[in-house]
Design a protein around this ligand. Structure first.
Ligand code: SAH
Ligand code: DHB
Ligand code: MG
Length: 215
């Protein structure tokens, strides 16, 4: 069947195929193994290995030096992105939960990236304005509270350079993108504002990954 679903390849993935392609293209070294694990009480909600690898490759493609992440968790996506930074580059990653941030700092240090990564504790809406003066940025990765994606997306397009990337995880909103809910409306506003300010796509990862290049 040549509908959009089969063209996306969704019919052909199996756990075994996903394990194989992750192993071949996106193997974990010790630092990524550590940050892909979570201690008791911390949710295991990192991006997948292939999405982490994609973040890394996308940042290399735009020669990223200044990157912002909203939603650090324990630093898995941050390590992928920090490793992609051009010399002298910097990643600011914002995390609301102090315990997550503390574990992330230890994981980033164990990866040898403490000099390039600054983890800021607080709500994205409060912390982003403190970064206004560091821009313009080469990329902004949004992966935190879903009801604020439109706010984060607006901040991103305002503070990205032309050609910079806005990237948003969970862009299908766990299957609830079209719901008449606060976060459904916020996520749709995010899609539409990115499409309006960028050349963009929503990559059909398991939960959708928006990528936009700012015009
Ligand atoms: N990007 C990470 C996963 C992030 S999970 C990775 O792929 O490795 C989402 C994180 O966003 C959680 O740690 C959660 O505590 C954090 N979060 C929730 N609300 C937030 C807010 N308002 N501001 C910043 N971070 C928030
Ligand atoms: C959740 C958050 C995420 O960013 C994700 O990728 C998966 C799940 C969550 O809040 O449950
Ligand atoms: Mg996510």
């Amino acid at each position: 069947m040549a509908d959009d679903t089969s063209r996306a390849g969704a019919r052909y993935t199996t756990p075994q195929i996903l394990e194989y392609v992750s192993r071949v293209h996106a193997p974990h070294d010790a630092a990524l193994v550590r940050a892909f694990a979570v201690p008791e009480g911390v949710p295991a909600i990192q991006v997948g290995p292939s999405e982490g690898r994609l973040l890394h490759l996308l940042l290399r493609l735009v020669d990223a030096k200044k990157v912002v992440e909203v939603g650090t968790l324990v630093g898995y996506s941050a390590i992928h992105m920090a490793r992609a930074l051009a010399p002298g580059g910097r990643l600011w990653s914002i995390e609301y939960e102090p315990r997550h941030a503390e574990i992330a700092r230890a994981n980033v240090a164990a990866a040898g990236l403490a000099d390039r990564v600054t983890i800021l504790v607080g709500a994205g809406r409060d912390v982003l304005p403190t970064l206004d003066g560091e821009g313009p940025f080469d990329a902004v990765f949004i992966d935190a509270d879903k009801q604020n994606y439109d706010h984060y997306g607006r901040w991103a397009v305002q503070h990205l350079r032309r050609g910079g990337l806005v990237i948003g995880d969970n862009s299908y909103l766990f299957g609830e993108l079209l719901d008449d809910s606060e976060r459904g409306r916020a996520m749709r506003a995010f899609h539409e504002l990115v499409a309006g300010a960028c050349d963009s796509v929503c990559i059909p990862t398991p939960d959708g990954l928006v990528v936009g290049i700012k015009r």
